[in-house]
Design a binder for this molecule. Structure first.
Ligand SMILES: C[S@@+](CC[C@H](N)C(=O)[O-])C[C@H]1O[C@@H](n2cnc3c(N)ncnc32)[C@H](O)[C@@H]1O
Length: 257
């Protein structure tokens, strides 16, 4: 089980301005990567602003499932999430070791299969940053989303950055995109906000190397975007029960309304 997080507080609860590298090590950033991260950062900051209106960021208990090298955690901390209330977990020890070298010492990190963790510690915010698309089977992803919901507190938030089904032009990477409709249904959440982000890496890397001036055009054209940032909120038990009753009544009456 994930151990309880210690509680240290940052001095301010407002969303901090983005640092130049967004918490990423400078050597791995090309101008294209910086532009991609900046665009995503803007969308993530918007999501945190929406959350902050309902619940102060520094009070949130956050879980990053599939945290990889921990750089996404760093980005969230940079925007006002309290590192002492963040837990990151990943299937692989080398990723946890890498995350340990990037995130503040007060972040809790654990090597574990999320699906085997019992929902004893609940979170106000769960982040899945390209974690869903790394799970190839539909059934396993549905199970993963249902499990995610069990780890969310009532009214808690689910923040997802991932491939968009209809716009995945990524030929070089193996991914299985997912729609926001499926996410909302299977995780019993409602979509609060979403944005298309990240122009096709395939086009971006090739074209911008030869034609740097084309970069802003790629970011401006929505049809070229391959990912989304989505913010979902857990439905309260009552709402789920009402929705189920309505569905049952529709089924009993042959679906006519
Ligand atoms: C594509 S990587 C993304 C890593 C990181 N979130 C990022 O954006 O850089 C997906 C990560 O999810 C992790 N993962 C997949 N299934 C998992 C599970 N059941 N429990 C924990 N981690 C999982 C993988 O080990 C991998 O590190």
């Amino acid at each position: 089980m994930i151990s309880a997080c210690p509680t240290t507080r940052p001095s301010s609860n407002s969303i901090a301005p983005a640092p130049a590298t967004l918490g990423w090590p400078r050597p791995i950033l090309s101008p294209w990567n910086v532009a991609v991260l900046r665009e995503r950062h803007k969308a993530l900051a918007h999501c945190l602003k929406l959350i902050d209106r309902k619940q102060k960021l520094h009070d949130l208990e956050m879980l990053d499932v599939g945290c990889g090298n921990g750089l996404f955690i760093n980005e969230m901390i940079g925007m006002g999430i309290d590192p002492g209330r963040v837990c990151g977990l990943d299937l692989f020890q080398d990723r946890i070791d890498s995350a340990r070298s990037h995130v503040p010492a007060s972040v809790t990190l654990q090597r574990a299969d999320f699906l085997t963790i019992r929902p004893e510690a609940k979170y106000n915010l769960i982040c899945l940053c390209t974690t869903l698309s790394s799970i190839p089977e539909d059934g396993a992803r549905v199970k993963f989303l249902k499990h995610t919901r069990q780890h969310l507190k009532a009214g808690g938030f689910l923040l997802i950055y991932d491939f968009d089904r209809s716009r995945s032009w990524s030929k070089s990477v193996f991914v299985k995109p997912i729609t926001t409709d499926v996410i909302a249904t299977e995780s019993a959440t409602r979509l609060l906000w979403r944005a298309r982000v990240t122009p096709s890496f395939f086009l971006g890397h090739r074209l911008t190397r030869r034609l740097p001036w084309i970069n802003p055009i790629l970011f401006w054209l929505p049809p070229l975007k391959t990912h989304f940032v989505g913010l979902f909120q857990a439905l309260k038990g009552q709402v789920v029960a009402r929705a189920t009753t309505k569905l049952q009544s529709q089924l009993c009456h042959g679906g006519d309304q």
